[in-house]
Design a protein around this ligand. Structure first.
Ligand code: NAG
Ligand code: NAG
Ligand code: NAG
Ligand code: NAG
Ligand code: NAG
Ligand code: NAG
Ligand code: NAG
Length: 413
C-alpha cells in the first residue's frame, strides 16, 4: 500500500487538530506585583513563528495586539490585570486555529514585612532583621535602612539611612546587627526584575533597649512600669540635647507624640491621666533614649517593678501596690505563675540578680484577711544584661591606668 504525500499531510493535519498552542508568561513569577511588567508569548507548536497570526485574551476578552507578532508586552500591571489569559494562533494560509492553555495571573500589592529579633536588647546583643515580601514570591534583593529622627517634622515619620554595605542590597532576606546597644528603628524594602521594580518601604520596627544611654535618657515618674489609670505620669527626657520629642508606640506599632497624650513643660511631658499602655521613649536629633514598656491598669493592684532592666549582680525589690492605699496586708509573688516562698511580707527582694531570675512576675494582694483575694496578673520581664560585667572590666582598666600614673607621679617626687 502506498501512502501518498497528500495522505501524509492529511494524517498530520488530523493530528494538528489535537495540538494546542502554548502560552508562556515571562517572568513566570506568581504572584506578580502592581507596577511590574510581563510578556505573553504564544507558541503555535508548529513551523515558523511567522506562519501564524496571534491574538491574546484576558477573561475571554481579546485585547488589541499586533497580530503578526507572537509576543505581547504588558504595560505596568495593576491589580485589575489579574485574570485568566489565553492565546490563539491562526495559520496565515491553512484554515487552522489553535487555542492555548489558560494561564491565571495574579497581580497584588507587594508588602515588605520587617521583623526584628529580639525586640528588647541588652548591650552587646546581636539583632537579626528579617524582611519578607507578602505574598511570598522569589527573586528579590533586600535593602536595609536605619531610622534617623527628624525634629523638623510634626508627625511621627523618620528619615532613613542605608545600613552599612547595603548599597547593592542583599540576596539574603536577613541582616544581622552586631553589638546593638541602644534603641533604634529599622525599615526594609525589596526590588527585583529588569527593569527594576521596587516595593514600598516596610513599617518601621524598633529594637528596644531599656539600658542606660547617657546621651538620651528617659525617666518615668512614678518610678515603675505599671501605673493606675487615675495616675498622672511624668516622662522626663535628659541628655545631650536641648530639644526632645516624646514618642509612644501602641501594641499595633502605631506611633504618637506627646501632645496627643500629655502636656509639655521643658523637658518633661506630663500625661494627666491620658497615658495608655505602650512603649515610651525620647528622641533628640541624633539619639533614641532607653524605652519603657508601660502598662496602665484599670484594676486595683499593680506590681511595682523598676523601669530600667535589672543588671546581673544588682539587687531588685518588687512590690505590690493597691490603688487606694500603699500597704497591703497580704501579698503573694509569683514567678512564671509559680508561687515564690517569701518570708518577707509585702515585698520581694532579690539581692543579686542572675540570668535564672529572668521571667514573668506577678503579685496578688489582699486588703484585709476578711476580704476576698483580689488578684491581678502582671507580666514583667526582668532583663539581665552583661553591662555590669563589661563595665567592671572597663572601670578596672581605667583604675589600673590611673593607679600606674599616680604611682609614677609619686616616684618622680
Ligand atoms: C522563518 O521565516 C522567516 C521569513 O519568513 C525567515 O527569515 C526565518 O529564517 C525563518 N525561521 C526559521 C527558523 O525557519
Ligand atoms: C507588527 O510587528 C511587525 C514586526 O515587528 C512590524 O513590522 C509591524 O510594523 C507591526 N505592525 C503594527 C501595526 O504595529
Ligand atoms: C494576519 O494578520 C494580518 C495583520 O493583522 C492580516 O492582514 C491578515 O489578514 C491576517 N491573516 C489571517 C489569515 O488571518
Ligand atoms: C555594587 O555594585 C557596583 C556595580 O554593580 C559595584 O561596583 C560595587 O562594588 C558594589 N558594591 C558593593 C558594596 O558590593
Ligand atoms: C493606627 O492609628 C490610626 C489612627 O489613630 C488608626 O486609624 C489605625 O487603624 C491604627 N492602626 C493600627 C494597626 O491599629
Ligand atoms: C513647669 O514646671 C515648672 C517647674 O518644674 C513649674 O514651676 C511650672 O509651673 C510648670 N509649668 C506649667 C505650665 O505647668
Ligand atoms: C509590653 O508589655 C506587655 C505586657 O507585659 C506585653 O504584652 C507586650 O508585648 C510588651 N511590648 C513589647 C513591645 O515588648
Amino acid at each position: 500500500m502506498m501512502i501518498t504525500r497528500k495522505k501524509t499531510r492529511f494524517i498530520l493535519c488530523m493530528l494538528c487538530l489535537f495540538l494546542d498552542a502554548l502560552l508562556h508568561i515571562e517572568p513566570n513569577w506568581s504572584p506578580l506585583f502592581t507596577g511590574e511588567k510581563v510578556s505573553f508569548i504564544c507558541d503555535s507548536g508548529e513551523g515558523n513563528d511567522t506562519d501564524w497570526n496571534y491574538s491574546f485574551s484576558s477573561n475571554d476578552n481579546f485585547f488589541t495586539t499586533n497580530r503578526t507578532v507572537n509576543r505581547y508586552k504588558s504595560s505596568s500591571l495593576t491589580r485589575g490585570d489579574s485574570g485568566e489569559y489565553q492565546c490563539v494562533a491562526d495559520h496565515k494560509i491553512r484554515p487552522v486555529t489553535r487555542e492555548s492553555n489558560k494561564v491565571s495571573l495574579t497581580v497584588s500589592d507587594p508588602r515588605p514585612v520587617l521583623t526584628v529579633s529580639p525586640s528588647w536588647t541588652s548591650p552587646g546583643d546581636s539583632v537579626t532583621l528579617t524582611c519578607s515580601v507578602e505574598p511570598p514570591s522569589a527573586g528579590w534583593r533586600f535593602f536595609w535602612y536605619k531610622a534617623v529622627p527628624d525634629m523638623s517634622s510634626t508627625n511621627t515619620y523618620y528619615n532613613f539611612e542605608l545600613l552599612a554595605g547595603g548599597t547593592n542590597g542583599t540576596e539574603q532576606d536577613s541582616y544581622i546587627l552586631h553589638g546593638q546597644t541602644h534603641t533604634a528603628g529599622y525599615q526594609c524594602r525589596a526590588e527585583r526584575g529588569d527593569p527594576v521594580f521596587n516595593t514600598k518601604y516596610s513599617d518601621v520596627k524598633f529594637v528596644w533597649s531599656g539600658g542606660v544611654n547617657p546621651a538620651a535618657s528617659l525617666t518615668v515618674s512614678p518610678h515603675r512600669l505599671q501605673h493606675f489609670s487615675t495616675e498622672s505620669l511624668s516622662l522626663i527626657c535628659e541628655g545631650n540635647s536641648a530639644e526632645w520629642r516624646w514618642k509612644k508606640a501602641d501594641e499595633d506599632g502605631n506611633r504618637s507624640l506627646c501632645p496627643k497624650w500629655g502636656e509639655r513643660n521643658g523637658s518633661t511631658c506630663n500625661t494627666d491621666t491620658r497615658a495608655s499602655s505602650g512603649v515610651y521613649w525620647c528622641e533628640s536629633e541624633t539619639q533614641f533614649s532607653n524605652a519603657a514598656n508601660i502598662t496602665i491598669h484599670s484594676g486595683d493592684v499593680i506590681l511595682v517593678s523598676p523601669v530600667r532592666p535589672v543588671t546581673e549582680g544588682h539587687s531588685v525589690t518588687l512590690g505590690c501596690k493597691l490603688r487606694t492605699e500603699n500597704l497591703l496586708y497580704n501579698v503573694d509573688f509569683y514567678k512564671n505563675d509559680k508561687l515564690i516562698p517569701n518570708p518577707v511580707r509585702g515585698e520581694l527582694l532579690i539581692s543579686a540578680v542572675t540570668k535564672s531570675d529572668e521571667g514573668f512576675y506577678k503579685c496578688t494582694g489582699r486588703k484585709s484577711p476578711q476580704e476576698a483575694a483580689s488578684s491581678s496578673v502582671f507580666l514583667v520581664p526582668l532583663v539581665v544584661g552583661l553591662v555590669s560585667g563589661v563595665l567592671l572590666i572597663i572601670l578596672l582598666l581605667l583604675f589600673l591606668r590611673r593607679y600606674r600614673k599616680s604611682e609614677g607621679e609619686i616616684f618622680s617626687f
